[in-house]
Design a protein around this ligand. Sequence first.
Ligand code: DOR
Length: 437
Amino acid sequence: MKTLIKGGRILDPATGHDAIGDLWIQDGKIESITPPGAKAPQTKDHVISAAGLAVAPGLVDMHVHLREPGAEYKETIASGTRAAAAGGITSVACMPNTDPPIDNLAMVELVLSKAKYQGVVNVYPVACVTRGREGKVLTEMGELKAAGVVAVSDDGDPVSSPALMRCALQYAGMLDLLMINHAEDKGLSGKGVAHAGFQSMLLGLSGIPRSALEVMIARDLILAEETGSRIHVPHVSTEGGVRMIREAKARGVLVTAETAPHYLVLTDDSLQGYDTNVRVNPPLAEQKDQEALLAGLRDGTIDAIATDHAPHSRREKEMEFALAAPGICGLETSLSLILTALVETKILTLLQAVQCMSFNPARILKIPKGTLKPGADADVVVFNPQAERVIRASAFLSQADNTPFDGWKVKGEVVMTLVGGRSVFENNEHTKAIHPA
Ligand code: DOR
């Protein structure tokens, strides 16, 4: 039996394909893309009508906090991967700031085994750069890579010592393991809770200067250049960050970068009202920063859009702004926010948006995902880019609901998500139409 996704707008950033057609799936793999109606399905084939819908490689989110083990009250691998599927995401790289942290073989195996039995999308663990995320002793990167980790990071904390980071880059480089360093100099961010600027001053919130992000990016670019190793800069949020990465890329430094949807749609103006759901690290910055990020996405300086999905419980958010945990849930809003703010406004084409959310992160992580080429795993998202919907945090499949986007009217609805050819999420409203009773 084959699955036919029929008559959709098929987007494959790996080949530049963007045309109406039929997508054929067999035995969990992409079989072919054919012109609409060119080949008739057999009676036993499963046909999914995608007329008016987009059909793209399942999204790859390279920055996700699944919180397991240790903070299962916020999220679990089971709930987080279901939330991913609802957002059209079929692969996630999960960060190691768990409790205990993912810094040894046993922890990697635990995450992989939970993902296998309880998860519904592909989970790629990121392991710590240093034991216990303490910034003192390097982890056994070779052993971790052999166990299946795709990158190392002490996310949530930077590797503060330049000497240790230099050494870590040399090891990671030798192993061809991606280094992701949390872009924050803790000495500069101090006890700050919001971007240091007019808004934080007006609201009486202690500020985090943009240099907190930029000093760490500058240091890491120098070390990556010297060692010749790859470095990936997470959650880029300021103009200076974009500029330095652009210059480093032009010099041939092996740097890649990501930003998150919240930096593309919000600025520090949204601090007014003290909604703790906009407290995030790095903090939301200014209009000129947002413009620089958008320009960076357009010219390829910023390669990927990743959610930095950071679920927290209500009791960690329902309190005074300065005391609330930083982070925003992103898995179930990311595609719609990008479609609404970047594609509708023609900042990116739909194909470019899909590229930043699937093919590019897969390429950076060196995982065989993010494409609809024949033979690739049939990880597919079918979505309606035009459908209007209202984001409802209460309907999230994530265990958490910390989002500043509750009630936002957005474009874009995920209709179906397939992993290895199997449906892992179906939007009931739509599938009723696809499979009439
Ligand atoms: O806002 C954030 N929350 N930024 C991070 O870097 C970590 C994350 C978390 O783990 O909650």
